[in-house]
Ligand binder design. Structure first.
Ligand code: CTP
Length: 416
């Protein structure tokens, strides 16, 4: 059923924070119900055990078999099913999280009033797990004061509301606020709710990712093969740990993750000024980007003709962002850099730790499965005490989690 191939580098990793968790996925009767098959599938692929609980009207939108096909588990919906009368209590007790997507206006009303006339609403009352609701409805219904009052009550009751998003509504209804958040966005919010409070909660974190592009002329640039994947994984993982994340991203083909505030930049100079500005409030900087080390000394205003090219391209150093922003760092902030090395790894990485005044350096080996533009990475973490922690080949998502675990030990508590 999808997921990593057995024996692949990612098969042994945790797929945190979803793997091994029990999730009740409530589905109510809105057209967005068809998208929730994808969410059920994604959660299952991330290693969660997913029990789908549709309402009676949801079952008219999507058949039970679709959910059973992607979760490998029976769909539950009948509160009075013989022999299963205590299902709602058991499911509610065992769940690590309950997510209702889509949550219709009617379901929000019933949730706000504590109704318990079907399995899903009863479950909501019986659970002590975090509850995440993803509303979806017509925009006028969403804006109606009755719905807004119900939403306010649900927030008061401690439920997390995700969305609705702006966008195209049902056929013929145009666009507006009322669309269910996309399954990949819900997956991230579920991850964040599963993680809960951490040492990162509410702390300002700046992560850089991707390459920079240094223009040569109006149609050409110098760059490198960085995909941005490692920095995106770090930003996403820090956001799931409830940090306030600013992600400064160079140009990449990958979509930046949902959650962090994204600052798109192109050149090293732009990345430097974004980092400098954000550092004023940051408690942690993770410099996972691969900014260019050189740039053309002059940018041609017209496209360089091929006959002229060999003579015009002279290079100068591009800004070293980590080094240049040393004076902008807050006292007590933690700074983490990467060192991409092909040879003399540890020596070079430790030199960068010193010269760029880092607290931790992530030594990144380049190879077919590690380094730039790969799904996996093999890194060693080196700190100021010279302690080296080599990690095995892991998915970049898991490498990000391990780096954050390690940084957590370096971060002072606010009252320390
Ligand atoms: N870095 C930076 N600005 C640059 C180049 C690199 O801030 N112009 C940061 C990277 O984000 C990384 C660290 O510095 O966190 C080390 O990057 P790396 O490319 O390994 O080293 P360089 O300093 O570029 O040195 P060299 O190319 O000689 O290995």
């Amino acid at each position: 059923m999808g997921g990593p191939e057995p024996g692949s580098a990612t098969a042994s990793t945790d797929r945190r924070p979803w793997a091994g968790r029990r999730i009740v996925l409530g589905v109510t009767g809105g057209i967005a119900a068809y998208k929730v098959v994808q969410l059920a599938r994604d959660l299952t692929r991330m290693g969660a055990t997913v029990d789908v609980v549709p309402t009676r009207s949801a079952r008219r939108f999507v058949g039970d078999i679709s959910f059973e096909g992607v979760t490998g588990r029976p769909v539950r919906w009948d509160i009075l099913e013989s022999g299963r009368a205590l299902d709602h209590i058991r499911l509610a007790r065992e769940a690590d999280l309950v997510c209702v997507a889509p949550a219709t206006a009617d379901f929000l009303a019933r949730g706000a009033h504590g109704r318990a006339d079907d399995l899903l609403s009863a479950l909501l009352l019986a659970t002590r797990a975090p509850v995440l609701l993803a509303p979806a409805m017509n925009d006028a219904m969403w804006e109606h004061p009755a719905t807004q009052a119900n939403v306010a009550r649900l927030v008061e009751l401690g439920y997390y509301l995700v969305g609705p998003a702006e966008g195209p509504l049902a056929y013929g209804e145009g666009a507006g606020a009322g669309r269910m958040e996309q399954p990949d966005v819900l997956l991230q919010h579920i991850g964040r709710a599963l993680v809960g409070e951490t040492r990162y909660s509410g702390r300002r974190v700046v992560v850089t990712a991707g390459p920079t592009r240094e223009p040569v002329d109006p149609v050409r640039y110098l760059s490198n093969r960085s995909s941005g994947r490692m920095g995106f994984a770090l930003a996403a993982a820090a956001w799931r740990r409830s940090a306030e994340v600013d992600l400064v991203a160079g140009p990449t083909v990958l979509e930046p993750p949902h959650g962090p505030r994204v600052h798109q930049v192109e050149t090293g100079a732009e990345m430097k000024s974004a980092v400098r500005r954000l550092l004023a409030d940051a408690e942690l900087l993770i410099m996972a980007a691969a900014p260019a080390d050189f740039r053309p000394a002059e940018v041609a205003t017209l496209k360089i003709k091929k006959e002229a090219a060999p003579d015009v391209l002279s290079l100068e150093p591009a800004p070293d962002i980590l080094r240049d922003t040393i004076p902008d760092r807050r006292t007590g902030s933690v700074v983490v850099g990467f060192a991409l090395e092909m040879e003399e790894g540890e020596g070079n990485a430790l030199r960068k730790l010193e010269s760029k005044e880092l607290d931790l350096v992530v030594l990144n080996r380049t190879g077919p499965r590690s380094g730039f533009d790969t799904e996996t990475n093999e890194v060693t973490l080196l700190d100021r005490d010279g302690e080296a922690e080599p990690l095995p080949l892991l998915s970049k998502d898991e490498v990000a989690e391990r780096i954050l675990d390690r940084i957590e030990r370096l971060m002072p508590f606010p009252d320390e």
